[in-house]
Design a protein around this ligand. Structure first.
Ligand SMILES: *Cc1c(COP(=O)(O)O)cnc(C)c1O
Length: 372
């Protein structure tokens, strides 16, 4: 049997990620591979850092892309910042908050849970109560944009609260970066991680991470080494910085970094505020169409994410076969429900390059036909 080249079809990606990738970013990916310590590549990495600082709205010197997906950015923050015995408040209002708890426990931390219902934002009052009851809290961890439900939490208020009680913050911004306002410095956030394949519309497999000077201080004053060699940021730092004398840590995913550079150039050229506005505009179009078709949103309007639309589908339909119909007849992917919403809701992503009118029209038209 001969196996020939794999040629994927052109799909329109409107799930929870990966999102549609612009042809310019795909082109960047196919440029010639050069050495990862080539002076030209190092120059590109420096530009990438400054583009990431813009996207995160930070001056943090430590702003890089971890060479692995968003989950690795998550793990990077937890294993570097937590030392055995550290008390960490973990806010849980969906799948990713639960993963944070798992990370805390595995890093030897003491997790204090603040639970909110799926579809609700993290309650700032409950976090304040937990901080009062646990004055020895070192870190507050929460998800800014919960992709399992489509709820946006108030990162600004949570950041200010943590500061008031002398705690650092670990923030999951995988789905928020580039899609809704995220002001790392103004909101005093300490360790923030994201992903390349959601609103940045780049290939999956990279995780932008930024660490504040306070977070770096905590890492540098650790009593125990970070258990993970690969994710130990004190080692990675020598690779992403150091004038002209970068030391080898691991081989960077050269072409993927070209792609991230390109997607961030596109974001910079568009302007962050314009990108946020475009997500809102496209969400409004989609919302009007979905409501006309009888769909109901899982999340209430004030804290609903524009880039992740979780909607209950009509009762009595065979939801899996509708999704395969969309995929097979329209080359359109939408997301199934996750966790508590599995079998109850769909998740329609309007992320990055995917946040454009033609995608909204395709999705609404295809849904209307399929439901008939
Ligand atoms: C997608 C996602 C992740 C994980 O990112 P991967 O690139 O899939 O590892 C983490 N947190 C949130 C909120 C996400 O949406």
């Amino acid at each position: 049997m001969t196996i020939s080249s794999f040629i994927p079809p052109h799909r329109t990606l409107m799930g929870p990620g990966p999102s549609d990738i612009s042809p310019q970013v795909l082109q960047a990916l196919s440029r010639p591979t050069i050495g990862h310590l080539d002076p030209l590549f190092i120059g590109m990495m420096d530009e990438l850092k400054s583009l990431l600082k813009y996207a995160f709205q930070t001056d943090n010197e430590f702003t890089i892309a971890v060479s692995a997906p968003g989950s690795a950015g998550m793990e990077t923050c937890f294993v570097n910042l937590i030392e055995p015995g550290d008390k960490v408040i973990v806010c849980r209002n969906g799948v990713f908050g639960e993963r944070m708890r798992e990370n805390v426990v595995r890093a030897g931390g003491d997790a204090v849970l603040v639970d909110d219902q799926w579809g609700e934002p993290v309650s700032v009052d409950k976090v304040e109560k937990a901080l009062k009851e646990n004055p020895d809290t070192k870190i507050v961890a929460f998800v800014h944009a919960e992709t399992s439900t489509g709820a946006l939490s108030d990162a600004q208020a949570l950041g200010a609260l943590a500061k008031q009680y002398g705690a650092l913050t670990i923030v999951d911004a995988v789905t928020s970066l580039g899609g809704v306002p995220l002001l790392v410095d103004e909101w005093q956030l300490d360790a923030v991680y994201s992903g390349s394949q959601k609103c940045l519309s780049c290939v999956p497999g990279l995780s932008p991470v930024t660490l504040s000077p306070k977070a770096l201080e905590k890492i540098q004053s650790r009593h125990t080494p970070v258990q993970s060699w690969f994710l130990d940021q004190s080692l990675v730092l020598g690779y992403w910085s150091g004038e002209g004398k970068r030391s080898y840590h691991h081989t960077a995913p050269v072409n993927s970094l070209y792609a991230l550079h390109e997607s961030l150039v596109l974001l910079k050229n568009e302007g962050l505020e314009n990108a946020w506005q475009r997500h809102r505009t496209m969400h409004t179009k989609l919302k009007q169409g979905l409501e006309a078709l009888g769909f109901e949103f899982v999340v209430k309007e004030p804290y609903r994410l524009p880039q992740l639309n979780a909607v209950y589908f009509p009762q009595g339909i065979d939801e899996a076969s509708v999704r395969s119909h969309l995929l097979n007849e329209y080359n359109l992917e939408i997301g199934a429900g996750l966790g508590e919403l599995a079998g109850k809701a769909w998740r329609i992503g309007v992320m990055g390059y995917g946040a454009r009118s033609e995608n909204i029209s395709l999705c609404l038209g295809a849904l209307e036909e399929s439901l008939r």
